[in-house]
Write a protein that binds this ligand. Structure first.
Ligand code: SAM
Length: 400
């Protein structure tokens, strides 16, 4: 069955029509005519996958990665960077419209590197093979290289099977110096760790939460700041865009005095706030990340910061009018409504909302915009070659 792709959805899939029903086809682009196999049939739509490209769209480029057609990791490697950037702007603007927000985002900051930007990669090991998953089906796809991962990660991938893991998960994290922290989850002992330690710049190996060798953290540097990042602490995956995010945080806290940093991780955004800020309180649920943050404030000589370990929902009463600014950088699920209500009740003057999920951002902005207006909205291309995008949004209270 042939399908002509006419537009793209907000998961990066091409959309066409088949038998008067909509069909979603990953890895296609408007203008393509493709032969498809149906992978799912629902009452109102189909999902399909390409079996052959009959007529390629003029927008199509040759993906750099040989796994692209089958891999669930990337969605947009078949279009140019400028097409991908305008796709991301259109997608976020469509999500805002869907949430009844009349604001048009115009700016997207490019990543300095389009490939090899990721400082963290997680692979599955299935029957001793290093795998990603295929999209939709989640069937394992054997891989030896990833164009999104930094070179130190790809180098180690070549010898990862020396650990002789039959089935498990391995996360490789790296830093500005190319040092590596290896985090494995699997049954049975890891083999040849001495060989890997001798041949790679490993600073630590964690197996099932236990430290087998060296440290259980990495140090990383962004702009002039240095961070300790424990093996289970969050850190932004693209250091080039993280640097841009820090610059924005610094600029937009110039007139802030007391700042709440909800979802504070290892203290990154608190530390990136402007030097004029007198007091910052960070709240983060991962205990190790809070320990890291408390050390990071010392390393970066910011003694006006405080961090507490808690679920933000359990300390929503910390949101008081004492703070003039709140930074929200939640996980993909966004911010709970009770927290949004508390922010509105306490009339916090400024909200800086950093989001990796425009859908939950749109939902949350919809709840805020009766009392707040958008003063700035910039996209950051944190995840090139994928449909994902980071948003940076500044809101000010309407009545102050
Ligand atoms: C997107 S990250 C942002 C971290 C940090 N702002 C940064 O830029 O590195 C979200 C953080 O929220 C934390 N988190 C998730 N759910 C949470 C909750 N209910 N309460 C507090 N922190 C939470 C995660 O552990 C993670 O560190």
């Amino acid at each position: 069955m042939n399908v002509e792709i006419i537009k793209m959805d907000n998961l990066g899939r091409g959309i066409g029509y088949l038998n008067n029903k909509i069909i979603f086809v990953p890895k296609t682009v408007p203008g393509d005519i493709v032969e498809v196999e149906i992978t799912k049939e629902k009452k109102n739509y189909y999902e399909g996958k390409i079996t052959e490209i009959i007529t390629p769209s003029k927008k199509r480029i040759k993906p750099i990665c040989p796994y692209f057609a089958k891999c669930g990791g990337c969605d947009l490697m078949h279009i140019s960077l400028s097409e991908a950037l305008s796709y991301k702007l259109d997608k976020v603007n469509a999500i805002l419209r869907k949430n009844k927000i009349s604001y048009e985002v115009k700016n997207i900051i490019k990543s300095q590197e389009q490939y090899h930007y990721r400082n963290k990669l997680t692979v599955k090991i299935i029957n001793n093979e290093i795998c990603f998953y295929e999209p939709e089906t989640h069937s394992p796809l054997k891989i030896a290289y990833c164009y999104l991962a930094s070179e130190p990660i790809n180098n180690l991938l070549k010898d990862l099977n020396k650990l002789n893991i039959k089935n498990g998960t391995v996360t490789i994290r790296t830093n500005y110096k190319g040092e590596i922290l290896l985090i494995c989850e699997s049954e049975g002992a890891l083999e040849n760790t001495e060989w890997l330690i001798h041949n790679y710049p490993l600073v630590g190996i964690i197996h099932n939460g236990n430290s087998l060798y060296g440290e259980n953290y990495l140090m990383d540097q962004i702009n002039d700041y240095l961070f300790k990042i424990s093996y289970d602490s969050f850190f932004q995956v693209n250091p080039y865009i993280c640097s841009e995010l820090f610059n924005l945080i610094n600029d937009y806290t110039k007139d802030s005095k007391e700042v709440l940093d909800f979802y504070s991780g290892v203290g990154t955004l608190s530390i990136a706030t402007n030097k004029n800020v007198q007091k910052t309180l960070g709240v983060e649920i991962v205990a190790n990340a809070v320990k890291d943050a408390n050390l990071n404030k010392v390393i970066n000589k910011r003694d006006n910061l405080e961090f507490i370990a808690s679920d933000t929902s359990k300390v929503k009463e910390k949101i008081t009018s004492y703070f003039d600014t709140i930074i929200l950088d939640p996980p993909r699920s966004g911010v709970k409504e009770e927290i949004i209500n508390q922010i509105k009740e306490e009339k916090i003057k400024k909200i800086i909302y950093v989001s990796c999920n425009p859908h939950t951002l749109g939902r949350d902005l919809n709840l805020l915009l009766d009392e707040y207006e958008i003063k700035e909205f910039i996209l950051l291309d944190m995840f090139p070659n994928t449909e994902h995008v980071e948003s940076f949004c500044v809101l000010k209270m309407r009545y102050k």
